[in-house]
Design a protein around this ligand. Sequence first.
Ligand code: FE2
Length: 283
Amino acid sequence: MTDVRLNHIVQKVNDMPVLPSRVNRIIELTEDPDSTIDDLEKEILMDQSLTSRILKLANSAYYGYPRKINTVSQATILLGFQTIKSIVLASTVNKIMTHELKGYALGENDLWTQSQASAIISRNIAKEVKFSNPETAYIGGLLRDIGKTILNYYVEREYNAIVNKVEYGNVSFSEAEEEILGFNHAQVGEKIAEKWNFPKDLVEAIGLHHTPEKSTINPTLVSIVHIADAITMMMGIGIGADGLTYNFSPFALETLNFNAQDLEDFISKSHDLIIDGDSFDLI
Ligand SMILES: [Fe+2]
């Protein structure tokens, strides 16, 4: 590991595009208790592809609404501000997360498919444990591995060293990344989330999704994203190179009050959620 490489990685994070101003504006509106459905509709209507995604989701079987939703304002009432925020963010990051990542043995779209699964599972765990904002959990699950898009370049070059470390050093893939590259993909993701001015609990959930026991801000959110990530990997969705070294953290299980039976039930429930195409790949 050299300082030059550490600086390069930080530089690459700095070079990441900022979120488009419309996306920031929509996120602000969804967070502002004084904003109205009209305010949000006006902003969404300026983006045609976003408008069609929102209408498609509102009309999907996932929401099971009996009548056709024709307008963004009807969709906003049905879906709620927080879900609108998730859709807007997901449709923005999907451009970054669909590329092939050779360092992680992830083909084109694999990271994206996996991230959507992890997002949906996170949201469902959040609802199950009555977490106050399930959409924050959704976004945490969606973005937990975004650091891989930057670290990929370095992992690819040091692939043999990392895999050797995992195999003979009895460490996880992310620990091997940290030892050999100076950063693991969760820490790089945390830097991206900071750059995008995400709330502190979300930044933490991305940064600690492999080490939830280090949480100091919101252990419940971190634990939700960690468990959802491990379930996604266990289910073998776009598993990639690091997929076989995942374990459920005892800290996270305890924080969510999950026993072995709960976990088993949740894994089978997650499977049903993911094979339901209507709740999936809508972005
Ligand atoms: Fe990860």
